[in-house]
Design a protein around this ligand. Structure first.
Ligand code: ATP
Length: 263
């Protein structure tokens, strides 16, 4: 298996407190799959992604990427966060080139940067500064920067969470094109049921307190996704019903989270 999450538990110990955030997470991801992790706020989605990124150690269990155990961050895993986190003093192309310069000469890095900036439709903005771009364009730079490192696995933590609906929709199309062109394996964290339905081969639905996998749904629709709403409504209703108790927990404020799940 390309990526195996094996019986992962996570407990955060604080000053005299202990919170079990993830319980017995088991997940296998095939190479070239787009897998979304969907669940209410606070169910541990970001924690799980951070464990796969090697930024946070699991309390128990292990993660194998191409049969090698993950023990820390690595170049074979690229990460895109909700905020693009670009260097404001560098141009768009320099931002994408920056991590590449450790491994290759400047001209090669520039060519690579241009290739991926063109893939996210930013060829005309290579010399711009980040502050001259919209939030959606900045996220596209962050995606190009992650792709330029040619990671085997792309980890995306609510990358479009801070964008308006129209921009999100455009970025869904761009990301789907990138996914089809690069055939990257993508693990994608989201709150949004509709986003997960548009993008995923499989949706991992998580419950909360502690975070656990409720069900994994397989979406066997052709790409690009031009399904009518009706085709997806069945899945949407299934996810809503799976999450009903979890959403109630969130609404009642029984857990630490404040953000409800978006349809
Ligand atoms: N470094 C940490 N130390 C202590 N507790 C943490 C830490 N990181 C996360 N937590 C706790 O773990 C729980 C899960 O957080 P996490 O961010 O993984 O959830 P999430 O599902 O991604 O939420 P959201 O959708 O709101 O981003 C929360 O209760 C959070 O407070």
């Amino acid at each position: 298996m390309f990526l195996s999450i094996k019986n992962v538990n996570k407990v955060f110990e604080g000053r005299g407190t202990s919170e079990k955030v993830l319980s017995s997470i088991q997940l296998d991801v095939k190479e070239g799959e787009f897998v979304s992790i969907l669940g209410p706020s606070g169910c541990g989605k970001s924690t799980l992604l951070s464990i796969v990124a090697g930024l946070v150690p699991p309390t128990d269990g292990k993660i194998l990427l191409e049969d090698k155990e993950i023990t820390g961050p690595g170049k074979e895993r690229g990460m895109v966060f909700q905020q693009a986190a670009l260097f404001p003093w560098l141009t768009v192309e320099e931002n994408v080139m920056f991590p590449l310069l450790l491994d290759m000469p400047k001209e090669e890095a520039r060519q690579k940067a241009h290739h991926y900036l063109s893939m996210v439709q930013l060829s005309n903005y290579t010399k711009h500064s980040p502050h001259e771009l919209s939030g959606g364009m900045q996220q596209r730079v962050a995606i190009a920067r992650a792709l330029a490192m040619d990671p085997a696995l792309l980890l995306m933590d609510e990358p479009f969470g801070a964008l308006d609906e129209q921009t999100r929709s455009r970025l869904h199309e761009i990301l789907e094109d990138v996914f089809l062109e690069t055939k990257k394996t993508i693990l994608f964290v989201t709150h949004s049921i509709s986003e997960s339905l548009k993008l995923s081969d499989r949706i991992v639905v998580m419950g909360t307190q502690p975070g656990s996998i409720l069900e994994i749904l397989e979406l066997d629709f052709p790409r690009p996704r031009s399904q009518s709403k009706e085709d997806l409504v069945i899945y949407e209703e299934k996810i809503q019903s799976l999450l009903k108790n979890e959403i109630d927990k969130v609404r009642k404020g029984e857990n630490s989270c404040s953000q409800p799940l978006n349809a």
